[in-house]
Design a protein around this ligand. Structure first.
Ligand code: MG
Ligand code: ZN
Length: 176
C-alpha cells in the first residue's frame, strides 16, 4: 500500500521562524506542533520534513550544524513518540541551476519516495507557511494547508490552498 504523507515545512511550521535557525538554543517549537504531529501519525499519515536551507549555500551555517540541529529536533519528537520518516533538505540557494530540490520544486518529495516507497500524493498534504510550500503541494499533487504568516497575503496567492490556518495544530485538526 502506498504512503499517505504529511510533508511538513520546518521554519514557521514546526519551529518559530527566527530567521536562519541553526542552533538548538534558537529552536522554539510552535505551540502544539508536537501534539499535531502525533494526531497526524495516529491517523496513519507518514510524517516527513521538507525544508529549504539556503543558509547553507549562503555560508550562514554548515550542513553539519543543520544535521546536529535535526538530531536535537528528532530526539524531541521521539521523546514524545513521534516518528519522522525523513528530513529532506535543500542546501542550495534560489536560482542555483543544479538544484531540483528547492521548494516549490518537488525533488525532496522524490527523495522521500525513494526512501519510504510509493507515495499516495492525492491523499497526502503539505503544511507550510510560504507560497513555495503551496506550490510544492500543487506541483506534487497533494492537498495544501498554508499557515498565515508574514510571507504572504490573503488574496495574493497565485493558487488557492485547500486550507488556510493559523498553525500546524489547526491544520492537523482539520486534516484528520
Ligand atoms: Mg517555513
Ligand atoms: Zn536544492
Amino acid at each position: 500500500m502506498s504512503n499517505k504523507v504529511i510533508f511538513l515545512d520546518r521554519d514557521g511550521t514546526l519551529n518559530v521562524d527566527h530567521g536562519y535557525v541553526n542552533e538548538a538554543d534558537q529552536w522554539q517549537w510552535c505551540d502544539g506542533a508536537i501534539d499535531a504531529c502525533k494526531l497526524l501519525q495516529n491517523a496513519r499519515y507518514t510524517l516527513a520534513i521538507v525544508t529549504n536551507q539556503s543558509g547553507i549555500a549562503q555560508g550562514k551555517y554548515t550542513v553539519e550544524q543543520m544535521h546536529k540541529l535535526h538530531e536535537y529536533m528528532l530526539a524531541e519528537f521521539e521523546a514524545h513518540g513521534v516518528h519522522i520518516a525523513m528530513v529532506a533538505y535543500c542546501p542550495h540557494d534560489r536560482g542555483q541551476s543544479d538544484c531540483d530540490c528547492r521548494k516549490p520544486k518537488i525533488g525532496m518529495a522524490k527523495q522521500i519516495e525513494a526512501k519510504i516507497g510509493e507515495i499516495d500524493y492525492v491523499n497526502s498534504w503539505i503544511v507550510g507557511d510560504k507560497e513555495a510550500d503551496l506550490l510544492f503541494g500543487k506541483n506534487a499533487g497533494t492537498h495544501t494547508a498554508i499557515i498565515r504568516s508574514q510571507y504572504w497575503e490573503e488574496g495574493k496567492l497565485s493558487q488557492k490552498p485547500d486550507l488556510i490556518v493559523d498553525s500546524l495544530k489547526q491544520a492537523a485538526e482539520k486534516i484528520v
